[in-house]
Design a protein around this ligand. Structure first.
Ligand SMILES: C[S@@+](CC[C@H](N)C(=O)[O-])C[C@H]1O[C@@H](n2cnc3c(N)ncnc32)[C@H](O)[C@@H]1O
Length: 342
């Protein structure tokens, strides 16, 4: 995108946000073509809602010198893995309220061989009795919360979706067409992720607001909270609704401290918008990125594309030289920064 045009787009979108029309118009800045994922990148944790597809586009927005990437809603950590692979941050902080997930990450990063071996053993144990075996592992996981059981359940459950009942028990069913990733494949992903993240990653279990005070101006915080509609389901130790107002306050505080951040917050399918847009008082640049065809719309015989909202903070834009999604000038150079682990 050439400089004059980019400036034009930015002032236009900020103008729209300022005048409060961004939520009605739907678009501020729209990137119409779904981005490509990064080939060969390790992803040991299957995860519904993973940002694998958008990870490169998000990482390309980072300032040149990013000391640490903080992911307070880490999930499968797709953005951290991409940033590590593309050498766009020196260090990482993975945090999530979901304790078994962070325990699993800790073990993958610090003890990859052991985790791969445990997964292999469970995976082999299922052969010939896949259906009942899944139930046994699920019951065991709900009792002991072992990371290896959790990994097996995610590899086998329907749509790799983490679902709990109101008692906080994992209750998703198995996808009976699949046995879960083959242990050789899983081992490759586990080792790959560990190589990228070991000795430079710290972990935290808890609410997103607990890690934000650690963020500095030299870091980038990437936040991908659960879809606003999803928060209403249950409220137990692993799922607490992220209040809109509290989230806005937290972002305002990051702005006040000059911390650069990027937020994925809902989006739209066709003209149907999900969730409340973030308020103009935060001064964020709202962009939309095509994320492909919506499965739901396809099932209904409609051809609606899905767009994910990405909000960029003023300090991020200041530190990255005004780069916006889809800007050709901000493609990562893979050999470019931080050649060694720290
Ligand atoms: C949409 S997912 C993140 C997906 C992630 N970006 C990825 O690429 O896999 C949202 C995550 O937020 C976590 N979460 C939900 N409420 C939270 C809270 N109050 N504080 C921290 N994490 C929370 C969930 O456990 C879930 O892993």
């Amino acid at each position: 995108m050439d400089e004059a045009f980019r400036r034009g787009v930015l002032s236009y979108t900020w103008g729209m946000i300022e005048s409060g029309r961004s939520s009605e118009s739907g678009a501020s800045l729209t990137v119409p073509t779904p981005p490509k994922g990064i080939a060969g990148i390790p992803h040991p944790i299957p995860y519904q809602g993973s940002k694998r597809q958008l990870a490169r586009l998000i990482v390309d927005l980072f300032p040149l010198e990013t000391d640490r990437l903080i992911e307070p809603f880490a999930g499968s950590a797709a953005v951290s893995i991409a940033a590590a692979r593309l050498r766009r941050a020196r260090r990482f902080l993975l945090s999530d309220i979901h304790a078994p997930l962070i325990e699993l990450w800790r073990r993958i990063v610090r003890s990859p061989q052991d985790m791969a071996a445990r997964y292999r053993e469970i995976w082999r144990g299922q052969l010939g009795k896949e259906r009942t075996f899944y139930d046994t592992v699920r019951t065991r996981f709900n009792k002991y919360h072992r990371p290896e059981d959790f990994l097996y359940l995610l590899a086998r459950c329907v749509k790799a979706a983490i679902r709990y009942n109101s008692n906080g028990e994992f209750n998703n069913s198995p996808d009976n067409r699949r046995k879960g990733a083959h242990p050789d494949t899983m081992e490759r992903h586990i080792r790959g992720a560990s190589e990228l993240l070991s000795r430079r990653t710290t972990f935290h279990i808890g609410d997103y607001r607990e890690v934000l005070p650690r963020a500095r101006a030299s870091d980038v915080v990437y936040m991908d909270p659960p879809y606003q509609g999803v928060c209403r389901t249950h409220n137990h130790r692993y799922v607490r609704p992220v209040s809109f107002d509290a989230f806005v306050d937290a972002l305002s505080e990051l702005n006040a401290r000059g911390v650069p951040f990027i937020v994925s917050y809902d989006g739209r399918t066709g003209s149907k918008r999900f969730g409340r847009p973030l308020p103009s008082t935060l001064g964020l640049l709202h962009t939309e990125v095509a994320a492909g065809r919506s499965t739901q719309a396809t099932l209904l015989g409609r051809s609606h594309d899905t767009y994910e909202s990405l909000y960029l903070s003023p300090m991020l834009l200041e530190r990255n030289g005004g780069k916006v999604p889809g800007d050709a000038s901000c493609k990562s150079k893979e050999t470019w920064l931080f050649p060694e682990a720290v």
